[in-house]
Design a protein around this ligand. Structure first.
Ligand code: BGC
Length: 368
């Protein structure tokens, strides 16, 4: 991971715009993730947090935690928030003192929820912003109320993270570097070899891209780095279609159905920025009479249980484990650190894991 981040840090990041071969805004600075120490979750391991919790003599049971999730219906964030709540309780927080709010994918709704948490005097906030570009506004009001803040999953930009550090604020971000997940998706495809991928024998990898919400750095980086992994291995690529599916299964299915209708057998690879959309794509592929592994390939990100099972059966080529367990635990540990007078790194990272037929069963076992 360190090596990965070091390599990435030296690269000038470009934000990919939606649309095949869209120009990139060269010189766009990398988010603070690139400068962050690798796997700084080590700075607040569970053992430390538990020790800290113990040191407060059960005090955590009286602490009020406000959690804002961008949208409850998101599959991945459902896994995340469920694990977060269970882990907070295991650390000694009381269930009735943990309030989790559904932002319903609307920043105004979420901002109202944050205002209410502040008025209610919560002791710490854990926020998965609807729009990461709203982070500065959110940080300002939470810091003014003297409440420590842990951002999760949607990374604020570099200048925002720099403010926390410059001002010594009790604010941090917990998440993974999406460049790594994109790279792993591309590698899963590249490892198949051009002969296996190139069904139409034009010498290129013909693909369609289904993106998450383009405001998210996760969507931007997975889109860019999945393709980069192919070209880095010397493969020529041809983007047939690049569409926004907003992390959503139904939208993913519709977009892939449309692309298969338009480009037919020329579609050799379907990249989805997450597993929910890959599940939609799987359905569209079946409906079009195509067969993953025989005449098309499909990859996602998250390693949802259903997708790991599909990887085992061959219905999906591969995915990338987005470790909601490590991320939810790190965010709870960071909250405890703030509550017990300790500090956190300003970026707490986590590694992705490539998932293919070879290890899908062990990932499934680890999720049980
Ligand atoms: C996950 C997606 C999820 C998104 C929400 C991403 O890291 O891979 O499944 O929809 O986070 O922000």
């Amino acid at each position: 991971m360190k090596k990965f981040l070091a390599t990435m840090a030296s690269t000038l990041m470009a934000v990919s715009l939606v649309g095949c071969g869209a120009s990139t805004s060269a010189g766009t600075p990398a988010p603070a993730a690139s400068e962050a120490p690798a796997a700084t979750a080590e700075a607040a391991p569970a053992a430390t947090a538990e020790a800290a919790a113990a040191a407060t003599d059960g005090d955590l049971s009286t602490k009020k935690v406000g959690v804002c999730i961008y949208q409850f219906s998101d599959n991945f964030m459902t896994l995340f928030r469920t694990e977060l709540e269970n882990y907070l309780i295991s650390l000694g927080f009381s269930k009735e003192n943990i309030t989790i709010a559904d932002g319903a994918n609307d920043q105004a709704t979420q901002t109202n929820q944050i205002d209410t948490f502040i008025t209610d005097g919560v002791d710490v906030l854990i926020i998965n912003p609807v729009n990461s570009s709203s982070a500065a506004t959110i940080t300002d009001k939470v810091v003014a109320a003297n409440i420590p803040l842990v951002y999760i999953n949607r990374e604020p930009d570099e200048s925002e993270e720099a403010r926390w550090k410059d001002n010594g604020w009790k604010v941090t971000y917990v998440g993974c570097d999406a460049r790594q997940s994109g790279t792993m998706q591309g590698e899963i495809i590249a490892d198949l070899g051009l002969d296996a991928i190139d069904f139409n024998k034009n010498g290129k990898v013909d693909y369609i891209m289904i993106e998450g919400d383009p405001e998210n750095v996760d969507a931007q980086y997975r889109t860019e780095f999945s393709v980069k992994a192919l070209t880095d291995k010397g493969l020529e690529v041809n983007c047939l279609s690049d569409q926004v599916g907003n992390w959503d299964q139904t939208q993913g299915q519709q977009l892939v159905a449309n692309a298969l209708g338009q480009f037919g057998n020329d579609v050799e690879v379907v990249f989805c920025n997450n597993d929910a959309m890959a599940l939609g794509a799987k359905q569209a592929i079946a409906d079009a009479g195509r067969t993953v592994g025989k005449d098309i390939y499909l990859v996602g990100v998250d390693a949802l249980t259903e997708v790991c099972e599909d990887v085992l059966s061959g219905a999906i080529t591969g995915t990338v484990f987005n470790d909601h367990i490590a991320q939810s635990h790190s965010s709870a540990d960071a909250a405890v650190n703030f509550l017990t007078g300790k500090t956190n790194e300003y970026y707490i990272g986590c590694d992705y894991v490539k998932v293919t037929k070879d290890n899908a069963q062990s990932i499934l076992d680890s999720l049980k």
